[in-house]
Design a protein around this ligand. Structure first.
Ligand code: NAD
Length: 265
């Protein structure tokens, strides 16, 4: 991309951007000069430091909204507040996500409901609220952070796999609905990326499978991934940036793996 600041004047909202992939995407977008709305949980001082850091990088208005992505009312308040304060959202990145690993007959019902709400339904709510202004301005970019689990299943991840397959379906449907309006809607499907979400599930997977944590990394996670290494956050973030560029205007409705060859199998 020739113009490093090609998103100057745009406003990007990234859900779940206080950590991991979402923070990586927010940083990469900030480097392209856009205003930002961050979202996600965390220590108030840490979040204030992040907001200041990203504002410094972008040179544009940056703020955080702590909406809980399980709650449509809070999502509506965030979308309205973000647009009122920093202008219509031009780039929407649906990234917030949680995980729980357990066999179906032992899967806690409240975990199922929370995973479906955060990993799938929140994207429907942000989309329905962001699309009208994107359509009005004849430009928009939606990037949904799905997973290789949008394309493949693994045992003990029923809610996550169901939600991520749902994200793929939502992505394709939305892309078709707005195909003639200058808006693209895509999903990125990462394999295992080195983030707190992955480190946190190593212990649970070890318990569910009756193996050690070292065996989970070597024989479960990196076994799935032919490159035998975790994906770097930047490798996901730079694809998100590319999808926001004019060069990607004909890429829509796609579910793009960044998975070290996992889904080639
Ligand atoms: P992470 O745990 O590092 O970050 C998750 C972010 O979501 C945090 O900012 C957290 O505060 C936020 N969040 C969680 N629940 C929330 C809620 N109810 N409301 C608002 N924010 C909430 O995780 P990550 O690994 O960076 O994952 C980000 C996305 O990438 C998720 O959708 C995940 O499914 C997907 N993904 C991750 C991997 C991986 O290997 N790490 C692989 C494929 C897909």
């Amino acid at each position: 991309m020739s113009d490093d600041r090609f998103l100057a004047g745009r406003h990007a909202l990234v859900t779940g951007s206080t950590s991991g992939i979402g923070l990586g995407i927010a940083r990469a977008l900030a480097q392209r000069g856009c205003a930002l709305t961050l979202n996600g949980f965390g220590d108030a001082n840490d979040i204030a430091r992040l907001v200041a850091e990203l504002a410094e990088i972008s040179g544009a208005a940056t703020a955080h909204h702590g909406a809980d992505m399980r709650d449509p009312v809070q999502i509506e308040a965030m979308m309205r507040g973000a647009a009122d304060e920093r202008g219509p959202v031009n780039v929407l990145v649906n990234n917030a996500g949680i995980q729980h690993v357990a066999p179906i007959d032992q899967f806690p019902v409240d975990r199922w409901d929370a995973i479906l709400a955060v990993n799938l339904s929140s994207s429907f709510h942000t989309l329905r609220l962001a699309l009208p202004s994107m359509v009005a301005s004849k430009w928009g970019r939606v990037v949904n952070v799905a997973s290789a689990h949008a394309l493949r299943a693994s045992p003990y991840k029923s809610a996550y796999v169901a939600a991520k397959h749902g994200v793929a379906g939502l992505t394709k449907t939305a892309a078709l609905e707005v195909a003639e309006t200058g808006i693209t809607v895509n999903a990125i499907a990462p394999g295992y990326v080195e983030t707190p979400l992955v480190t946190g599930q190593v212990a649970d997977t070890a318990k569910a499978r009756g193996i050690t944590e070292e065996e989970v990394l070597r024989d479960v996670m990196l076994l799935a991934q032919p490159t035998r290494r975790l994906v770097a956050i930047e490798e996901v973030a730079e694809l998100a940036v590319f999808l926001c560029s004019d060069a990607a205007a004909s890429i829509t409705g796609a579910v793009l793996p960044v998975d070290g060859g996992w889904t080639a199998k």
